[in-house]
Design a protein. Sequence first.
Length: 126
Amino acid sequence: MRRSLPAVILCVAAVFFVVITISTAGAQKKAPEPMTLLLEGAKLPPTPFSHATHVEKAKLDCVVCHHKDKDPKEPDKCTQCHLLKEVKDNAIPAKDAFHKNCQPCHKESAGKGVKAPTKCAECHKK
Ligand code: HEC
Ligand code: HEC
Ligand code: HEC
Ligand code: HEC
C-alpha cells in the first residue's frame, strides 16, 4: 500500500509535536511548594508563599509576577535583577519590588471579599 506524501508529512509533524511537547514539559523548572521568601540580612520573619494558592486557586499567569523573564514558565529569582540595595537597569531594590508586587493585588482582592494578607505581621509571620 502506498501512502500519499501529505499523509506522511502529517505523521512526521505529529511525532515531532509530541516529542517537543514532552521534552519541554519535562524541562520545566518547579518551584518548591510552599516556599519561604527571605532577603539576605532580613530583620523581620520570612514571608510564606505558595504557588498553588496563586496559580491554581487565584488563577494567575506566571508572567503576572515573573514579568521580565524570557520564558516566564522558566523564571529566575527576582533578586537576579532586583538587588538588595541599589537600583540596577531601572529595577527597584528587592524589598520594594516584592512589596509593590504583593500588596496592591492583595488590597484589591480584600476589597472584592477574597481574603489575602495586607498587614505586616500577616506576611512576616513568626
Ligand atoms: C503581602 C505580603 C507582605 C506584606 C503585607 C508586607 N511585606 Fe514586607 N516583605 C514581603 C516580602 C515577600 C519581602 C521579601 C522577603 C522577606 O525578606 O520577607 C518583604 C521584605 C520586607 C523587608 C526587608 C527584609 C527585612 O525583613 O528586613 C522589610 C523591612 C519589610 N518587608 C517590612 C514590611 C513592613 C514594615 C510591612 C507593613 C507595613 C510589610 N513589610 C508588609 C512581603 C510583605
Ligand atoms: C503571585 C506571583 C507569582 C506567580 C503568579 C508565579 N510565581 Fe513563581 N515565584 C514567585 C516568587 C515571589 C518566587 C520567589 C522568587 C525569588 O526567590 O526571588 C517564585 C519562584 C519561582 C521559581 C523558582 C525560581 C528559582 O530559581 O528559585 C519557579 C521555578 C517558579 N516560580 C515558577 C513559576 C511558574 C512556572 C509559574 C506559573 C505557572 C509561576 N511561578 C507563577 C511568584 C510567582
Ligand atoms: C530579568 C530581570 C527582572 C526579573 C527577573 C524581575 N524583574 Fe521586576 N523589574 C525589572 C525591571 C528592569 C523593572 C523596571 C521597570 C520596567 O522596566 O518595567 C522592574 C520593575 C518591577 C516592578 C515595578 C516597580 C514599579 O515601579 O512599579 C515590580 C513590582 C517588580 N519588578 C517586581 C518583580 C518581582 C516580584 C519579580 C520576581 C517574581 C521580578 N520583578 C523579577 C526586572 C526584573
Ligand atoms: C495578582 C494578584 C496577587 C499577587 C501579585 C500576589 N498575591 Fe498573594 N494572594 C492573592 C490572592 C487572590 C490570595 C487569596 C487566595 C485565596 O485564598 O483564594 C492570595 C493569598 C496569599 C497568601 C495567603 C494564602 C497562602 O497561600 O498562605 C499569602 C501568604 C500570599 N498571598 C503571599 C503573597 C506574596 C508574598 C506575594 C508577592 C511575592 C503575593 N502573594 C502576590 C493574590 C496575589
